[in-house]
Design a protein around this ligand. Structure first.
Ligand code: PMP
Length: 284
């Protein structure tokens, strides 16, 4: 069965979906995106994803392609039409089409593309086994807080990980870990304190990061938002990542060095369970 996708106001079979060669998302990566996961046919943390979308659009002065209500209606229609139980809804909003010119077009007509992707999320083996990662230099631009489709640095990081036979890469700048190629990075120190980088222009404010930190607070787990080095991560008792499609995955090896026992620790599985329970209860 062919997937039904949404392109600029229309639901079409994926093989018939087209975007213009003049779309600025294609020409300049002049576009932002969001990924909301779907569990049991429901959207997880979607309100927070749409809120971040508004912020990304605002920071880049990209006109809004649709209201939140319209976007939510399309998201649900994609879930229904594609009978999606588990996976994700991808959304990309671009500044629209115009003759190629760097400055904004005079009358931009924002474009909106959305599609579903089926994916095993809950039973992902990485959640149980943990993942090995490498570190790579963070070569991205200086507004990583905006979720743009300019993802070439992350494409290179993920490929470097794949070439090295591991699952992912953490990016490093000035000796400190910024974040994972598509996730936020956490470590746990010898006293059981959780550490994750503070927000700023250097990292994406992860929606899953925020939800997990809320749970951490509720559970009275001690945590600190600050930069940490690769060395500190290698000597941590535990490490893990958070993102919309992984939720929480343990990191058991960094650059060939085993973290803690080399097996998933206690915090990551516990936080994953809390997060899933909590976010499913709130899912829409
Ligand atoms: N950092 C980066 C660079 C990302 O690409 C992502 C996922 N898109 C995240 C963090 C995690 O964000 P979220 O929890 O909102 O998926």
């Amino acid at each position: 069965m062919s997937r039904i996708v949404y392109v600029n106001g229309e639901f079409v079979a994926e093989e018939n979906a087209v975007v213009s060669v003049f779309d600025r998302g294609f020409l300049f990566a002049d576009a932002v995106y969001e990924v909301s996961s779907v569990l049991e046919g429901k959207l997880i943390d979607n309100d927070a994803h749409l809120k971040r979308l508004r912020r990304s659009l605002g920071e880049l002065r990209i006109p809004s392609p649709a209201t939140d209500e319209e976007i939510i209606r399309v998201q649900h229609e994609l879930i229904d039409r594609n009978q999606l139980q588990e996976g994700l809804i991808y959304l990309q909003a671009t500044r629209g089409c115009a003759d190629r010119d760097f400055a904004f077009p005079a009358n931009p007509s924002a474009g909106l593309v959305m599609f579903s992707q089926a994916k095993t999320l809950i039973e992902a083996p990485q959640a149980r086994q943990g993942i090995a990662i490498i570190t790579v230099p963070d070569i991205r631009w200086k507004r990583r807080d905006i979720k743009t489709v300019g993802l070439l640095a992350q494409v290179m990081a993920k490929q470097a990980a794949k070439d090295a036979g591991v699952s992912d890469a953490w990016m490093v700048e000035d000796g400190f870990v910024t974040e994972g190629s598509s996730n936020n990075a956490f470590i746990v120190d010898a006293n059981g304190k959780l550490i994750t980088r503070h927000l700023g222009n250097e990292i994406l404010p992860g929606i899953t990061r925020a939800s997990v930190l809320e749970l951490v607070e509720q559970e009275n787990i001690v945590f600190e938002e600050r930069s940490f080095t690769v060395d500190e991560a290698m000597n941590a008792s535990e490490a893990f990542i958070t993102s919309a499609t992984t939720f929480v995955w343990p990191v058991v090896e960094i650059d060939g060095v085993k973290i803690g026992t080399g097996k998933p620790g206690v915090f990551a599985p516990k936080l994953r369970e809390f997060y899933l329970k909590n976010s499913l209860a709130r899912a829409e």
